[in-house]
Design a protein around this ligand. Structure first.
Ligand code: SF4
Length: 391
């Protein structure tokens, strides 16, 4: 594969995975563990070791960083001093510009809210808070550790400390009525967030909810009702100057999450920590790295080898083109088809022209010159549209 030389100009980010949580939420399939007695210092040391290894092995020393993202797990359980150590190591290893977005995911318990000022001093400049609901019964159902009141207080504290704050919510819960979600969404929009991630509850294999549903003990919301709630969400958020820029993400102008845009626009990122995935262009190839998932085995590997990588897969050009199409169509602005062809060096076999013509004629896709995007009426059919285009 001959990747375009301009690829070096594509945005570059670093994702750091902190894999520990206080309790496993029943809907969550992330690589998160409830291990007791975590040696934060040793774990931080391992993250820095793997970071230095990846930066040097794949030659990212001089590439300007657009974003650093601490995800998990629950990185707000980290001691702010550990976050600072990692950020100092990144500054030493790479080129961190003054405009670099540095995000940390936080849970809104009182205990974690007390640490927010420490995270700001450590260098975090954007906070993403996992509130999930403003209804205590829904929070209990979702297995969350905070109350709605506690979350609202934590959010206010965050908004006083950080210029950029995002909040996550989950809707389309079993038995949730459209009216109940309408009322909750109005309350959410009154919180003054400039960025919201609003996800429908989905069943992921391996989760507690998944097995409950298999045993007939949990009934998910009917598809038609979930679509109704999705359409209402799009409409109300747009009306409140928080239009969707991605299927589940809404932002005021200029407040979009730069880190996630790297994923959706086929940029480059390093994935550091247990179970982290990285994707980037290196020596004219698109590479995907994966690391060991178990935190302890990963740490052992880093200690022995300097990294916890278990696979370094080199993608063919058509895979990279499919990735760019699949991720880019999640964005309301869509994708530039020529840019995909130029960047990946792949001009055919990644787009099903028959499906493209049919879906455009059905009004589910909009093609204007080189731009392809999903039409508003096709948004809730996104997965199926993308699947048909990639066949
Ligand atoms: S706190 Fe977040 S990462 Fe941890 S189990 Fe719950 S949803 Fe998953």
């Amino acid at each position: 594969m001959q990747i375009d030389k301009n690829m070096a100009q594509a945005p570059f980010g670093i994702y750091i995975h902190w894999p520990f949580c206080q309790k496993k939420c029943p809907y969550c399939d992330f690589n998160s563990h409830t291990q007791k007695n975590i040696n934060q210092s040793a774990f931080t040391h391992a993250l820095i070791t793997e970071l230095n290894y990846m930066v040097q092995r794949f030659g990212f020393e001089n590439r300007a960083l657009a974003s650093i993202f601490f995800g998990g797990g629950t990185p707000s359980l980290m001691d702010p001093a550990m976050v600072e150590r990692i950020l100092t190591a990144i500054e030493t290893a790479c080129a961190v510009g003054a405009t670099c977005e540095i995000t940390l995911e936080a849970n809104p318990t009182t205990l974690e809210a007390k640490k927010l000022a420490g995270f700001r001093s450590a260098g975090i400049n954007r906070l993403s808070m996992g509130i999930q609901s403003l209804n205590d019964r829904n929070l209990a159902f979702l297995g969350r550790q905070h109350s709605a009141h506690e979350a609202q207080n934590a959010l206010k504290t965050a908004q006083n400390i950080f210029a950029r704050v995002s909040a996550d919510f989950i809707y389309a819960l079993p038995n949730q009525t459209l009216k109940a979600w309408q009322e909750e969404l109005k309350q959410i929009l009154d919180l003054g967030c400039t960025h919201l991630s609003l996800y429908q509850l989905t069943l992921e294999q391996g989760t507690a909810f998944y097995s409950l549903e298999k045993r007939g003990k949990l009934t998910m919301l009917d598809d038609a009702e979930a679509v109704e709630q999705f359409l209402y969400t799009q409409e109300l958020c747009a009306h409140h100057a928080l239009p969707a820029y991605e299927v589940s993400n809404h932002a005021q102008a200029g407040a979009q999450c730069r880190h996630n845009l790297i994923y959706w626009q086929g940029g480059d990122w390093l994935g550091i920590g247990p179970g982290a995935v990285g994707r980037f262009c290196h020596q004219k190839k698109r590479i995907e790295t994966r690391t060991r998932k178990s935190p302890e085995s990963w740490r052992q590997d880093v200690s022995n080898l300097g990294h916890g990588i278990t696979s370094t897969h080199s993608e063919v050009a058509a895979d990279y083109a499919s990735e760019m199409l699949m991720m880019g169509l999640r964005l309301t602005q869509g994708v530039a088809l020529n840019q995909i062809a130029t960047r990946t060096g792949c001009r055919k076999n990644w787009l099903n022209d028959d499906a493209l013509n049919r879906l455009t004629a059905e009004g589910l896709l909009i093609k204007t010159d080189d731009n392809l995007r999903i039409a508003p009426k096709g948004w809730h059919l996104m997965n199926s549209i993308i699947e048909q285009l990639l066949k």
